[in-house]
Design a protein around this ligand. Structure first.
Ligand code: B1M
Length: 211
């Protein structure tokens, strides 16, 4: 069994110390950080997601798997984020109000930091006003919203509407993403950019900030 399979497997069992050790071992073996993320950590989390959907595992198992994933990402983080890159712009990021999922949002943040962007992370369950306040205070070019629930994705429309109604209209771009989000939804609510994954979110954010 390869080390990437081990990472996926330990993650599914929620064994954070094992996940950390295997991620470190994979790095020591010279496996690129992106590969460890995709084929180890994300592979394990996708399997857990599928089992969660099929009622084969429940919230506690998902939570400990998520914690193991976060620990693995901590080891990977310095390898995903380039050191000492000059800041090229400012992004305010958060998971929208009512939504507590933060793993994808954290990946987006890391990838953006890796592109040399300054990222103000507001965490989860972020109300509209907090996004606007942080963007205003930090003179951000982008507000980036993540949502994982069909019941919370509507909050993104509220962010768009609030920016439209403020003095920031036209100055700050709104990027959206998360599992239930699509380009069609982005068009429907009038957000500026939808991206399906963390890497493309970082590319688009950099393009906006350096345009
Ligand atoms: Co929840 N959950 N969850 N959950 N959870 C989902 C999302 C679900 C699809 C599971 C399922 O039924 N198959 C389902 C949503 C169904 C729906 O709305 N259609 C669901 C549900 C129902 C729930 C609860 C309601 C369960 C309950 O209590 N009965 C509850 C809600 C709590 C709340 O938020 N208010 C809940 C709770 C939880 C946990 C707390 C247990 C835990 C979250 C822990 C945490 O985040 N710290 C959890 C988890 C882990 C999941 C699954 C299994 C995995 C999510 C994840 O982290 N994926 C998930 C099933 C799944 O997605 N397969 C599920 C890995 C992550 C890297 O992917 O976040 O999609 P993701 O991010 C991707 C892209 O989407 C994108 O980039 C990332 C990768 O490159 N992306 C962006 C994300 N944000 C972006 C922003 C961008 C651009 C790209 O631009 C700004």
């Amino acid at each position: 069994m390869s080390i990437l399979n081990d990472i996926s497997s330990w993650l599914q069992q929620g064994r954070a110390p094992k996940v950390k050790a295997c991620v470190q071992q994979a790095l020591d073996e010279g496996i690129p950080a992106g590969e460890i993320l995709e084929q180890g950590l994300l592979d394990g989390m996708n399997i857990i997601g599928q089992k969660f959907k099929n009622n084969e595992v429940f919230v506690p198992e998902v939570l400990i798997a998520a914690r193991a994933m976060t620990k693995g990402i901590e080891v990977l983080r310095p390898h995903l984020v380039a050191d000492g890159v000059e800041e090229k712009g400012t992004v305010v990021i958060g998971t929208v109000k009512g939504d507590l999922h933060d793993i994808g949002k954290n990946l987006v943040r890391m990838m953006m930091e890796g592109k040399g962007l300054k990222v103000i992370d507001l965490g989860v369950d972020v109300p509209v006003e907090k996004f606007l306040e942080a963007a205003r205070e930090n003179d951000a070019q982008i507000i980036a919203c993540s949502a994982l629930l069909t019941t919370t994705m509507g909050e993104m429309r509220n962010v768009v509407d609030a920016v439209e109604a403020s003095e920031m209209k036209g100055k700050v771009k709104i990027m959206i993403g998360g599992a239930p989000i699509t380009q069609a939804f982005c068009d429907q609510i009038g957000a500026d950019k939808y991206t399906p994954d963390a890497a493309s979110a970082a590319d688009v954010a950099l393009a906006i900030c350096t345009a």
